[in-house]
Design a protein around this ligand. Structure first.
Ligand SMILES: *Cc1c(COP(=O)(O)O)cnc(C)c1O
Length: 321
């Protein structure tokens, strides 16, 4: 995962400011109904636009303290942007290798954070392989979801909810490779909230957790057909599968159209633009059917910056809601 050994002289973490912010916890008048409050953890407001600032920022800080002098990422999405942000803040060089399919907007957002972007290969697999081949001894490879340091960083969002005095009786979140799921379950366990169920939402065509749960082990989807590219891990992390089978987790799959419709509704209700990856969780919260019997629901508004309002509207025109 990382090419860097722990330097023998590794010191304590440097006193850098955290690379994420404490986000607002809002009660949503639009999603709440009689007898059920719905709380939004607004990680869309993180500086790089998604919850990935938490885990990736934390991991980058730890790798820097262990002597890493360059970060390498192969994510053409929010993970690459968060990695570029962390590198800029820590004064450490960042290389992001993205496939030819990466959107010009994502490349622009990564470059805006002053990282070097290399476009290589037709698919994520090829870009990722090339990124691995670039690794030098003092590089840290920053995985988008499969790294315990990421989960530890993501878990902080649950500490913030607890500190705000809210104890949810259910949590709704989106699942790609499952790093967010691992982090939220870790955070719930930290609080002793072992019984609080998680509703894990994917879009059809990016439903690698649902497929893993059906198969009894992580399995590889033949391809990703959903527009929610930030959920497009063909296989979930083993740790995400383990979290989903050792903690009360129920899996839901929504259509792309429902995810996009939820994004557009969310813009009007909360004045924040998010990706369909996040819209998947919002769709379940808006629909409410999966929330029957819960009184205090926490929705992780994971964010995402690679879809513009024009793109959301174009998708909405093509997709059945
Ligand atoms: C990365 C990401 C996800 C999925 O997170 P995983 O940790 O891969 O499960 C969901 N939404 C957004 C906006 C993301 O950036």
């Amino acid at each position: 995962m990382t090419a860097i050994p722990i330097a023998p002289h590794a010191a304590a973490l440097p006193h850098t400011a955290p690379l994420h912010i404490v986000t607002p916890l809002l009660e949503s008048p639009a999603m709440s109904v009689q007898g059920r409050a719905v709380w939004l953890k607004m990680d869309a407001l993180q500086p790089a636009g998604s919850f990935k600032n938490r885990g990736i920022g934390y991991a980058c800080g730890v790798y820097a303290s262990r002597g890493a002098n360059r970060f390498v990422s192969s994510s053409g999405g929010n993970a690459g942007i968060a990695c570029a942000y962390a590198g800029r803040k820590l004064g450490i060089a960042v290389i992001v290798v993205v496939p030819e399919t990466a959107s010009p907007r994502a490349i622009e957002l990564i470059r805006r954070e002053q990282a070097d972007v290399i476009v290589h290969g037709a698919s994520f697999q090829e870009a990722n392989q090339y990124a691995q081949s670039l690794l030098r001894p003092l590089d840290a490879f920053i995985h988008p979801f499969d790294d315990p340091l990421l989960w530890e960083g993501h878990a902080g969002m649950i500490d913030e909810v607890a500190a705000a005095g809210v104890k949810p009786d259910a949590v709704v979140l989106s699942v790609g490779g499952g790093g967010l799921l691992c982090g939220v379950v870790e955070g719930l366990r930290r609080q002793g909230w072992h019984e609080v169920p998680v509703i894990a939402v994917e879009t059809a065509g990016a439903d690698s957790l649902a497929a893993a749960l059906a198969a009894g082990e992580p399995v590889t989807l033949p391809c990703i057909t959903s527009i929610a590219t930030s959920l497009g891990a063909r296989k979930v992390a083993q740790a995400a599968f383990d979290a989903a089978t050792s903690h009360p987790v129920s899996s839901r799959v929504v259509t792309d159209g429902a995810a996009v419709a939820a994004c557009l509704r969310f813009i009007d209700d909360h004045r924040v633009v998010v990706e369909p990856a996040c819209g998947a969780a919002l769709a379940v919260a808006y629909d409410g059917a999966a929330l029957d019997g819960f009184k205090n629901v926490l929705v992780i508004v994971c964010g995402g910056v690679t879809a513009t309002t024009a793109q959301l509207n174009a998708w909405a025109a093509q997709l059945p809601a």
